[in-house]
Unconditional design. Sequence first.
Lengths: 496, 80
Amino acid sequence: MSDLIDDPREGENAPEFSVTELSGAIKKVIEGNFGHVRIRAELGRVSFPRSGHVYLDLKDDKSVISGVIWKGVVSKLPMRPEEGMEVVATGRITTFGGQSKYQIVIEDMKPAGVGALMAMLEKRKAQMAGEGLFDPSRKKAIPYLPEVIGVVTSPSGAVIRDILHRLRDRFPRKVLIWPVAVQGDKCAPEVVRGIEGFNNFTPGGALPRPDLIIVARGGGSLEDLWGFNEEAVVRAAAASDIPLISAVGHETDTTLIDFASDKRAPTPTAAAELAVPVRLELLSWVDDQGARLTRALTYGISQRGQRLRDLSRAMPRADTLLEGPAQRLDRAAEKLPNALRRSVDTRRLKLTEAAASLRPNNLRRAVDAKREALGRRSDRLSIRPIQRDIEQKKKNLDALNRRFVTAANAQTGIWKDRLESLERLRKTLGYEATLDRGYAVIWDGDQVVKTAKAAKKAGALEIQFADGRHATDGTGSPARKAPKPKPPMPDQGNLF
Amino acid sequence: MSETPVAEMSFEQAMAELEQVVGQLERGDVALEDSIKLYERGAALKARCEAKLKEAEEKVAAITLDGNGAPSGLKPVEGL
């Protein structure tokens, strides 16, 4: 049969088939090409015959494909197919030769979109979220390096192997496996018992209490994973005192336990990765830290040493400090005598300059000039004119004197003659001359007594005669003294 | 520095403090004597970390359950 199909040649007249043969050929093509399909459809008519198989129509707005679900599959479906349900079905196409029909034999079917199951799931989730079971504040931190890890999973199968392998790769730890059924009716209660059981271990007891729980299951249909959507499981996970990582199904599968767990791992392998760090990395990290520690200390010390050296370099030495001033001192000391000398020189120069004009000659010249002037003047200051003058004046005086003597003598001669004549006249005219002729003068003391009355009154009378006085009083009192002669006239002629 | 003696520290504590010590020492703003103390502390922490890392030991056991599903003992698991 197959060669008829394998080598069809165009234009050649097709050999005759029997109906069964053709039907069989078609079956082979169809089943060969559509051995495994995934189809999204809405369920049309669904019938549940007594046989336990389910017959249904998968349809969209244009086409319809008949489908059958064998009894054995039906029990594993997560939901009971109902008309109008949006589903994703997996299966193979087969033909039914007896009726010239083809149909899909559905091996798996899940609600698509907001299917019934999902709707239920959503409802449950919303309810528990409302209770706060999924609150981020409830999440506990996963220990960095747990000593003992409790794994709630099937003791056989890929999941535990994957976890153990990855743990071994990263950081071998003590692992306690709590064997559970991961699907079916027993799944949920066993998982709950596992989580609670681990929590009930007392630290340091016979059975070591894990620091971390991993609840794991491999991928599967929604129905396979359904146990992990059960409320009891979700509540147990939320209530666990031990931090819990959930790793149920594949990355795309999300079960309610994932919301309640402290950490959700997309796969069991990923759960192992979340559970422990990589030991070799840590070892190298520790080595690295150790190296950094040593380097930092060494660096710190060498840095300080360097700084010290820098500072001590920067710090000038004592002699360096003194060098400058010492040099200045030297230079100054060196300059000092010169400076003194120069200063003296300068002053000397000034002195010289000042003294230059102060020559004795100058003074002398000045003195000479003055002396000359003095000389000139003193020359003029001769005594001769004065002597001459004196002589002249003496001559004049002599002449004058002679003239005066002559004149005076003449004058005195004249006056002498006159005087002599006058004397003679006087003597002639005087009373005394009369005395000689016998006249007398009566004196009362100094008074001349001229009358007899006066004589009577007088006490004693003196009578002057020519030869002298004779005092007489009534009683014969002595004569009085002659009156004093008149003083002679000065003789001018005797002046010289 | 935490109050926990280094010998009782968890790996994570020792690690965090080691990191801190290294950082402190690397910043170089620690007095020389303190930096030597820090170094010693760091060395102790490092030793603690290494000890914890050496404890890497795989031991896998399955819980045996009695008829009621309660844990009754441990059964070593091998070959997984």
